[in-house]
Every structure is written in structure tokens, then in C-alpha cells.
Design a protein around this ligand. Structure first.
Ligand code: FAD
Ligand code: NAI
Length: 468
């Protein structure tokens, strides 16, 4: 059966796809969104950002109740973990948010089509699911099919002992020993969740550092805090193979540079070594859409593939695999379709790792600035000297600003500390508006607050911090 023509068919309902569909409907485009799963929201809402943050928040409460309250003069006894209740709360959070997207679709009269979408031409999408196949005729197609966990050769997932992030969000019991492969955002966040709940966590990392790409000094501070909390790291090693034997996993680990392997034993092995663009069965390649060497769809600055009328955004194209990046691209892409001047400022995309302390950054690192031959001033301020952080009992971390030496313009900001995810917003706005360190330094910040550390770091960039 062939359906009446749409102005736009979006394939995928993650933060890229569903936000693009809503914006397109706002702009008057007759829009359909095809999603293979019964729930809208994609990776982020169902098995990514949201459930991981729900568990991070719950496990943080557990850790505070278990170990963090005595210092505040609050005595508690018999703190116990109710893991099924913790999972149920997480599921409820996900349920409410995905239902929210359904409501937004109804409000904007977006046609939701459940099933697997495949491009049969540049103006038709075939959807196969439980019912009879449908063919959606459309003027434009937006591919927002996201990504899937990367698999390591020799380490096949079994969903129980050797798992990816989705399974690690639903473990039915706290593993005694958890080995995590990969010290990126997923490894550190989910490693933190299970460590707080009682696992002995060891993180294996190929490189010599955590969170590759982040400012190195800032990442080092986070590593130290995580080690202090009991997370163990082994750097310069690679997980070569793994085998489930009874109730344990035997992991073969060797130096990244080559050499003999040793066997490590865990109850659960979490493989978090990145994600790959997902385009299986999409029919895009057959239609002539170009892919890069990492399997990502190639687009131009307006998110157009080489095939007229076919666009792509989010995790399936190049760039950081982040929900807010996908959203911004979705909005800019459909605004361009509608003749509105949408754009994404790739210099100002914040990146957050939601451990405790959190790591949040935007813009250039000190190393990137120096590689680019830019003379910079650096201003740092530790939370140890911030009144509010002290009152909270938070001593770890700092704010670091990278500032152009000639113009004083803020080029990058790197925060490790309490609520860094919230603190970075001020710095993103500052960079978006082209602010100088002097602008930040002269802005009145309420006292006592964590953002005062931002002001002090801005003052420090010209050697005049007050409280250090
Ligand atoms: P997705 O969210 O992957 O959505 C793609 C959708 O397309 C899926 O629902 C899929 O089922 C559907 N689909 C695919 N092919 C088809 C087809 N042929 N037909 C129909 N439907 C199809 N990012 C952050 O910014 N902050 C975080 O805190 C964060 N935490 C994360 C935690 C975890 C554990 C993980 C795994 C990821 C996290 N991310 C986070 C990354 C974030 O989830 C992704 O960057 C984001 O979801 C990408 O959005 P997207 O719309 O491009 O794709
Ligand atoms: P990642 O790419 O961030 O980190 C993977 C790490 O694994 C790298 O440090 C890499 O060197 C290491 N590695 C690769 N192969 C290895 C091997 N054989 N042995 C040991 N180490 C190895 O990937 P991750 O953490 O899986 O996250 C995937 C994506 O999801 C990221 O792009 C991230 O942006 C996104 N995400 C974002 C979050 C956030 O914004 N808070 C949270 C979770 C995920």
C-alpha cells in the first residue's frame, strides 16, 4: 500500500530524529517519523543518556547514605540496596519521557510509523513491521538511525557475562568483580554506578589516559578522584579475547604495544570501546549515498547526502556522538529545508562525563590550542578554595579556562568538579557570544555558589584571582 505524500519522512526517533520531526512540523512540513521499536526516543531516552543518569543519581544517593552522611552529622544505620526498586525507578523515568515524546508527536500532528524503514528511492520509504508493509511517498528523507555499540573481535557479547552498555543498565545483581574495557564516557559512568553499588571495578584502557580528547590535566584530576573512590585503572593494555566459563569471564589482556597476555577473571565484562554508525538494511548505500571509512554517512554543511532529497544527522554522521549535537543538527537541517537559516556551531558543543566529580568541557584544550600555534593564557581555580564547594564537602576539581593571549577571548573551558555539567552552561554561552575572560571576570556571580569558581578562573587568566 502506498501512503499519501509527506514533505518529510524521518527514519529514527532518537534525539536527532524526533527533535527534527517536531521542528519540521512547527515549520509546516507534513512529517512522518519511522521507528523500528515500539518506544520513541532512540538510544538516548531508552538505553543511553536517560537510564544511565537515573542509575547514576540513584547510586549516588546510595553511596551518600552509606558513606557520605556521617561527616554532615547525619547518622544512618542499615543502609540496604533494593536493586529491583532502583531499576523500576529508572524504567519509570524512561517510560515518562518516551510517553512525553509520543504526546509531542500528537500535539504536532506528526505521523508515527512503527517498523523498519528502508529507502527504496529518494522519494519513497518502505516500512516493514508487524503489519503489512507500507510505502511512504515523500519529498524528502532524513536519516537519523543513530549508532550501535562497537564489538571487539574475540569478545562476543552474550548479554549476561559479556555485555555492552544496554545490558549493563539492567544487570539483575551487583557483580562482585566488574571489568570494563574502555575508559570513555560509558566505561566511567557505568563503572561508577556499579562501583558505588558494591562492585570491585577495574577499567582496562588501550591509551595511557582516561577520556581521550578531554583536556589532559583535567582528565588526570578526574582519574585521581575515581581512583580515590576505589576504581582501578590499567593503561596501555588491550582486551584481546574473552570466554565465559561457568559463572565467570576469563579475559585475555596484553600490552597495547604487543607482548604476552595474562588472564583476568571477572563476574561481568563490560565492553565500552565506542559506537558505530547504524545503517543496516537501510538501503542507503544501494541508492548511492556515500559512506566514509568508518561507516558514517557523508553529508555537506547542510546535512545533504549526495542523493538529492536525502539528508542525514546525528550519530550516523561524523562528529561527537552526543544527544545535543544530534538535536541541533536535526533542527538546523529541517530549518534549511524550510528556507530558515539554521546552523550548528561545532566549536561550542559541550561534552560531559557524569561521574562524581563530573567532567565537563567545551572548545579547545590547552594542547589543541598549542598544536594550532595559538598563544594562550590559562586561568585555573580549585574548588578547594570555593566557599560553596567547601560547605558541600566537595574538595576535588577545578575550573580551567583557555584564553586567547592576544584577544582575551575564551577559547575553551574544562571543569572537573561538583555539578560541572551545570557550570559548563555559562561557559558555553560565553563562548557562543564571543566573551572575553575579562567579561566573565567582571560579571557579578552570587555568593556563595559554585559558579564563583568560573569567575575566579577568569580572573586567574590575568593573574588576579582573589581567593587563591
Ligand atoms: P539514536 O538515539 O541512536 O536513535 C536512532 C533511532 O533510529 C533508534 O531508535 C533506532 O531504533 C532507529 N532506527 C535505526 N534504524 C532504523 C530503521 N531502519 N528504521 C526505523 N528505525 C530505525 N549523549 C549525551 O549527549 N549525553 C549523555 O549523557 C549520553 N549518555 C549515553 C549513555 C549511553 C549508555 C549511551 C549508549 C549513549 C549515551 N549518549 C549520551 C549518546 C546519545 O545517546 C547519542 O548520541 C544519541 O542518542 C544520538 O541520537 P540519534 O538521534 O542520532 O540516534
Ligand atoms: P569512547 O570512544 O568514548 O571510549 C572508548 C575507549 O575505549 C577509548 O578510550 C579507547 O581508547 C578504548 N579502547 C578501544 N579499544 C580498546 C581495547 N581493545 N582495549 C582497551 N581499551 C580500548 O566510547 P564509549 O565510552 O563506548 O562511548 C561511546 C559514545 O557514546 C561516545 O562517543 C560518547 O560520546 C557517547 N556517550 C556519551 C556520554 C555522555 O555524554 N555523558 C555517556 C555515554 C556515552
Amino acid at each position: 500500500m502506498s501512503d499519501g505524500a509527506f514533505d518529510l519522512v524521518v527514519i529514527g526517533s532518537g534525539p536527532g530524529g524526533y527533535v527534527a520531526a517536531i521542528r519540521a512540523a512547527q515549520l509546516g512540513l507534513r512529517t512522518a517519523c519511522v521507528e523500528q521499536y515500539p518506544r520513541l526516543g532512540g538510544t538516548c531516552l531508552n538505553v543511553g543518556c536517560i537510564p544511565s543518569k537515573a542509575l547514576l543519581d540513584s547510586s549516588e544517593h546510595f553511596e551518600h547514605a552509606s558513606r557520605g552522611l556521617a561527616v554532615h552529622g547525619v547518622r544512618v544505620s542499615e543502609v540496604a540496596l533494593d536493586l529491583p526498586a532502583m531499576h523500576a525507578r529508572k524504567d519509570q523515568v524512561v517510560h515518562e519521557l518516551t510517553r512525553g515524546v509520543e504526546g509531542l508527536f500528537r500535539k504536532h500532528k506528526i505521523e508515527r510509523v512503527q517498523g523498519r524503514g528502508r529507502l527504496v528511492s529518494a522519494s519513497a520509504v518502505e516500512v516493514t513491521g508487524e503489519g503489512p508493509p507500507r510505502k511512504l511517498a515523500t519529498r524528502r528523507i532524513l536519516i537519523a538511525t543513530g549508532s550501535k555499540a562497537a564489538v571487539l573481535p574475540g569478545i562476543p557479547f552474550d548479554g549476561r557475562r559479556i555485555v555492552h552498555s544496554t545490558d549493563a543498565l539492567t544487570l539483575p545483581a551487583v557483580p562482585g568483580r566488574l571489568i570494563v574495557v574502555g575508559a570513555g564516557a560509558i566505561g566511567l559512568e557505568l563503572g561508577s554506578v556499579w562501583r558505588r553499588l558494591g562492585s570491585n571495578v577495574t577499567v582496562l584502557e588501550y591509551l595511557d589516559r582516561i577520556v581521550s580528547g578531554a583536556d589532559i590535566g583535567t582528565a588526570k584530576l578526574l582519574q585521581r578522584s575515581l581512583e580515590h573512590q576505589g576504581m582501578k585503572f590499567r593503561f596501555g593494555v588491550s582486551a584481546r579475547s574473552a570466554r565465559v566459563t561457568g559463572e565467570t569471564v576469563q579475559v585475555q589482556v596484553g600490552p597495547a604495544a604487543g607482548g604476552d597476555s595474562e588472564t583476568l577473571v571477572a563476574d561481568v565484562l563490560l565492553v565500552a570501546v565506542g559506537r558505530r554508525a547504524f545503517t543496516d538494511g537501510l538501503g542507503a548505500r544501494e541508492l548511492g549515498v556515500a559512506f566514509d571509512e568508518r561507516g558514517r554517512i557523508v553529508v555537506d554543511a547542510q546535512f545533504r547526502t549526495g542523493v538529492d532529497g536525502v539528508y542525514a544527522i546525528g550519530d550516523v554522521i561524523a562528529g561527537p556522538m552526543l544527544a545535543h549535537k544530534a538535536e541541533e543538527e536535526g533542527v538546523a537541517c529541517v530549518e534549511r529545508m524550510a528556507g530558515v537559516a539554521g546552523h550548528v556551531n561545532y566549536h561550542c558543543i559541550p561534552n560531559v562525563v557524569y561521574t562524581w566529580p563530573e567532567l565537563a568541557s567545551v572548545g579547545l584544550t590547552e594542547e589543541q590550542a598549542s598544536e594550532a600555534g595559538r598563544a594562550v593564557h590559562v586561568g585555573t581555580f580549585p574548588f578547594l578554595a570555593n566557599g560553596r564547594a567547601k560547605a558541600m564537602g566537595e574538595r576535588d576539581g577545578q575550573v580551567k579556562l583557555v584564553v586567547d593571549a592576544a584577544t582575551d577571548r575564551v577559547l575553551g573551558a574544562h571543569v572537573v568538579g561538583p555539578r560541572a555539567s551545570d557550570l559548563i552552561a555559562e561557559l558555553v554561552v560565553a563562548m557562543e557570544l564571543g566573551a572575553s575572560a575579562e567579561d566573565l571576570a567582571r560579571t557579578v556571580h552570587a555568593h556563595p555558589t559554585l559558579p564563583e569558581a568560573v569567575k575566579e578562573a577568569a580572573l586567574a587568566a590575568s593573574g588576579r584571582a582573589i581567593h587563591i
